[in-house]
Design a protein. Structure first.
Length: 99
C-alpha cells in the first residue's frame, strides 16, 4: 500500500500506509493544504496506518500546530497503538485526549 492521504470529505482525511521517517516528509508536503483549507473542524483518521515511529508522531504534532495556528479544530481517530504508546512516552497524551 502506498503512503498517502485520502480526502473523504471537506473535513475528513484518512491516512494510509506508514508514518515513518522515510514517508512523513512526502506525506506532509503533498497534503499540507488539506489542514489549512478552511476553518471548520477536521478529522484525521489513522485507521489505514500500518506502521508508525517517532517521525509519525512528529507529523501529528505538526498538523496539530498548524491547525491551532489557523484556529481550526483538529480531531484524530483510529489512532494506532504504536502512536499512542509514543505519545504516552513523550507526555503528549493531550494530542489524543488520553489524560
Amino acid at each position: 500500500m502506498s503512503d498517502t492521504i485520502q480526502q473523504i470529505s471537506e473535513n475528513k482525511i484518512v491516512v494510509h500506509g506508514d508514518l515513518i521517517f522515510n514517508t512523513v516528509g512526502a506525506i506532509y508536503e503533498q497534503n499540507k493544504d488539506l489542514i489549512t483549507s478552511n476553518g471548520s473542524e477536521i478529522e484525521i483518521s489513522l485507521a489505514g496506518v500500518m506502521r508508525a515511529d517517532s517521525s509519525g508522531l512528529a507529523l501529528i504534532i505538526e498538523w496539530s500546530r498548524v491547525a491551532s495556528a489557523m484556529n481550526r479544530p483538529l480531531k484524530f481517530t483510529h489512532v494506532p497503538q504504536q502512536i499512542l504508546d509514543l505519545a504516552k512516552l513523550s507526555s503528549l497524551e493531550e494530542l489524543f485526549n488520553l489524560k
